[in-house]
Design a protein around this ligand. Structure first.
Ligand SMILES: *[C@@H]1O[C@H](CO)[C@@H](O)[C@H](O)[C@H]1NC(C)=O
Ligand SMILES: *[C@@H]1O[C@H](CO)[C@@H](O)[C@H](O)[C@H]1NC(C)=O
Length: 351
């Protein structure tokens, strides 16, 4: 190509400068892109899922002994004994029919973890009417291991608060899928007149007002929302807390599912999930299992209207109105819930 004029000359030097900068700019863009786009990338969700399960299984650490390195995993451990007819030892058979809640909060918690239940009862659990709508909280328990001596205490607590549902399976990390399915069964048989239910872990902050704002605009059928995980990989390393044997789940990736920390659904969903559960192998990772049942039913999870509502972790920097703007955030301890609830009360006035 011929360069004939002076103006072309200056153009040329400009272009060569651009060309020189290009790789750098490109690298910068890719870098920024990686940072900003990460939340929707499969790897990050895999990571969030990883952190979540690590935290959960640490709480139930003594249950996962069968997964310690070097021990050959038994396939049956990764499949929950479900469907199976479990029975309620403690129940509140009429409470839901009497109170007619718009929203039911279902909290899976270990029998011995009264501290978490009390923290919830004195924070978001006491918000029983919001915008004129009734909200009820129930705690879901399995059976404590023998020798833990929780039966007597749990019975007393039930008589005092009338908010415990206890079923007769062994309460353990590897049995969380059973707990979730028993929750769906209870909602179908005892509470199908409610509008929505939320499955929420006991270590969560919950802003019930924000949740209500969301639900008042939400579809009331075949609806489920929360933090949607897309493209997470099944982990094949037997040492992983989340190990998933290929024999139990042969696909490379899980279908979209709602992160188990907290998901909200319309009350027509539990019946559908129970119906299809007979056809879907009950993997032990409870939120993945609900995702598998949703896929089988052809129900798509809905993303929340904003990415700031369901938070998997507390951000390093908390804005002045953080607690009034989120719906959920995972916390470290019941004490942190009491503390963040206090902060939330003060923020309510100014935000
Ligand atoms: C787990 O087991 C260890 C040792 O066997 C024991 O010291 C610890 O208290 C147990 N933790 C729980 C949560 O039961
Ligand atoms: C899960 O619950 C069933 C029924 O109670 C029990 O037989 C099984 O041992 C439990 N599994 C674990 C890992 O706790």
């Amino acid at each position: 190509m011929l360069e004939s004029s002076a103006s072309k000359g200056s153009e040329k030097s400009m272009w060569s400068r651009v060309r020189r900068w290009c790789p750098g700019v490109l690298v910068l863009f890719v870098f920024i892109g990686t940072l900003t786009l990460k939340p929707s990338s499969p790897n990050l969700w895999g990571y969030v899922h990883y952190l979540r399960t690590t935290a959960l299984s640490a709480k139930y650490s003594n249950d996962s002994g069968n997964m310690s390195p070097g021990v050959l995993p038994v396939l049956q451990h990764f499949i929950a004994p479900y469907p199976h007819s479990y029975h309620f030892i403690l129940d509140e058979p009429d409470r839901c029919q009497q109170q007619k809640p718009f929203l039911v909060l279902m909290v899976p918690v270990a029998p011995q973890n009264k501290e978490a239940r009390d923290a919830i009862r004195s924070t978001w659990g006491k918000e029983t009417t919001i915008m004129g709508k009734v909200v009820s909280v129930y705690f879901l328990l399995g059976q404590g291991k023998e020798g833990h001596g929780t039966e007597e205490q749990v019975l007393q607590e039930s008589q005092e608060h009338h908010d415990l549902l206890q079923s007769d399976f062994v309460d353990s990390y590897m049995n969380l899928t059973i707990k979730t399915m028993v929750m769906f069964e209870w909602l179908t048989s005892r509470c199908s007149n409610a509008g929505f239910a939320m499955k929420i872990d006991s270590d969560m902050f919950l802003n019930v007002h924000q949740l209500m704002e969301l639900l008042l605009k939400a579809p009331n059928q075949l609806y489920i929302t929360g933090l949607v995980v897309r493209g997470a990989f099944a982990l094949r390393d037997p040492n992983s807390k989340w190990f998933m044997p290929v024999e139990v789940f042969p696909d490379v990736q899980y279908p979209p599912y709602l992160l188990g920390m907290g998901y909200v659904f319309s009350l027509d969903l539990p019946k559908k999930i129970i119906e299809v559960s007979a056809h879907v192998k009950a993997v032990y990772i409870e939120d993945v299992y609900v995702g598998l049942c949703l896929r089988y039913s052809g129900i798509q999870p809905t993303d929340p209207p904003s990415g700031y509502l369901f938070k998997a972790a507390l951000p390093h920097y908390l804005s002045n109105c953080y607690w009034t703007s989120v719906i959920t955030t995972i916390l470290d301890s019941p004490k942190q819930l009491l503390y963040s609830w206090e902060t939330y009360q003060t923020q309510k006035n100014g935000c």
